[in-house]
Design a protein. Structure first.
Length: 390
């Protein structure tokens, strides 16, 4: 069986090179994120005249001059009082789950943070006796406690590798994928005690669909039947917006229904037809679909315009459109944008559109397509689903 040659559009290459130049990551790290050979990425860097950079050095700044002697004593007194109050506040804020746990978990918290705060202060705030803590510390650790401690460390690592996006279902799926026989309720409990949780969405909304036009409207050929037996049978397309300090950055995407991979995307500061057309062009160049593929979108002017309909016809792609004002007719695409914003956009503040582009490229190609476990795929990544279907 012949190996399908991967095709990378110019936009993809430039964004990959820009990620190396702007993120401070090495070419090897970025290449692994994007599923590339490092030599391929370095060839693109030579082509576009970029060089791998390390983390930016902070400029050396001269230490501030010491305070006058008459203010030093007063500052020291106020500092001691504030530090004492701050430590008590931080102790109470940090271990909310431990306050509802039994003595072993509370003692475990004290032991874990004894380098950050005084033991007696933590015991007083948590309602423990210091002598009880020291007695617990010299007592041999039970097998169950040792197993929970080791499992919690694995959970922390998985949660960190997901950039803090995974909740207990996906963390449990990763552990099971590694051959760990552990219950989901146990994972949920240990995450709660460790203060770990998946990211939650922040509601924001703006309008991206303009269906008030005179272009032809395609019939709804899916009827909410979001099933595809193989890649390249059904694509979904839509647009969304990203807030930045310079104004909106718009993102157009094309999603393969079988693999849930974002096979095409484009980012611009306007909602003209070109942004949707660029995403479609990338998808066609990367996937090379056979004629007969169904392309489903809303009734927006970007998808009904003559240039877009012509691009679909030239590739033998059949258009399909949602009913007017019905977002559920394109639910999986809406779900992707919800995931993108829940896990990334709503937890970032982008000063510029260029900063947003770099971050979104890293999320889409370096995490979502290649590594993120998808619940609709049985907790495997879109890339793994694509490999299994090849």
């Amino acid at each position: 069986m012949s190996v399908k040659r991967r095709v990378f559009p110019e936009t993809f290459k430039r964004e990959a090179v820009d990620r190396v130049a702007s993120s401070g990551l090495s070419a090897g790290v970025v290449a692994r994120e994007l599923g590339l050979h490092e030599t391929v990425l370095r060839r693109w860097m030579m082509q576009y005249g970029a060089q791998a950079t390390g983390p930016a050095r902070r400029p050396h700044t001269q230490a501030p001059a010491p305070s006058p002697s008459d203010l030093a004593a007063e500052n020291a007194r106020l500092r001691r009082e504030n530090d004492h109050l701050r430590m008590e506040r931080d102790i109470l804020k940090k271990p909310r789950a431990h306050l509802r746990s039994g003595l072993p978990m509370k003692f475990g918290f004290v032991d874990e943070h004894r380098g950050a705060w005084p033991v007696r202060m933590m015991c007083r705030v948590l309602g423990l006796s210091a002598s009880g803590y020291y007695a617990w510390r010299i007592r041999p650790e039970s097998r169950r406690a040792a197993a929970n401690r080791a499992l919690t460390e694995d959970i922390r690592l998985i949660h960190a590798e997901s950039c803090g996006t995974y909740g207990s279902p996906r963390v449990h799926a990763v552990l099971r994928g590694h051959g760990r026989r552990v219950g989901r309720s146990r994972v949920e409990r240990l995450m709660r005690c460790a203060g770990l949780r998946g990211l939650a969405a922040l509601p924001r909304r703006t309008r991206t669909t303009d269906s008030r036009h005179g272009y032809p409207i395609a019939p709804n050929r899916l009827g909410r039947n979001f099933q595809a037996a193989a890649p390249g049978q059904v694509w979904l397309a839509d647009l969304t917006y990203i807030p930045t300090g310079e104004g909106w950055l718009y993102l157009a995407g094309v999603l393969d229904m079988h693999t849930r991979k974002l096979v095409g995307w484009s980012m611009r500061d306007t909602l003209h037809t070109q942004i949707a057309l660029e995403a479609l062009t990338m998808a066609i160049a990367r996937q090379k679909p056979a004629p007969g593929l169904i392309h489903h979108s809303d009734r927006g002017i970007q998808y009904a315009a003559e240039a877009y309909r012509s691009a679909l016809a030239q590739s033998g792609i059949t258009p399909s459109m949602s009913r007017k004002g019905d977002c559920w007719d394109n639910a999986p695409m809406e779900s992707f944008f919800h995931t993108l914003k829940t896990e990334r956009v709503h937890h970032r503040v982008y000063a510029t559109r260029a900063e947003a582009r770099r971050d979104l490229f890293g999320y889409i190609e370096g995490f979502y397509n290649s590594r993120r476990l998808h619940s609709a795929l049985g907790y495997i990544s879109p890339a793994e689903m694509e490999r299994r279907a090849a």
